[in-house]
Design a binder for this molecule. Sequence first.
Ligand code: SF4
Length: 113
Amino acid sequence: MADLEERALAAIQAEREGVLQSELWKILSIDSRKCSRVVKKLVDEGRIERIEHKGDGIKTYRLRAKEQALRPDLILAGGEIIPCIACDQECVVEECHLLVDWIYQLAIDEAQK
Ligand code: SF4
């Protein structure tokens, strides 16, 4: 069940606007009753919110993650974490060669995608 909860949470987090509960059970290839139990557990744990949604005459719920999944790719460039995270230098952003080098590497990574 824990693995199913994580898969459900990942599916919900993958969409900025969340996922309709009526779609989630199809995404997870499970039946709607099992999906309801998974959703209830995630709501009870405070990991998602459930908002009433009406569309095409059908009442369902929009499920939204309360916190987004960590995206390590947003703080990595060339395998290096953005230098500001562990920085103990006097910060003058406009003059920081560490940050400029990291942004340069980020641009290279983006060009190689
Ligand atoms: S910009 Fe440079 S000096 Fe400022 S926190 Fe980041 S790495 Fe440190």
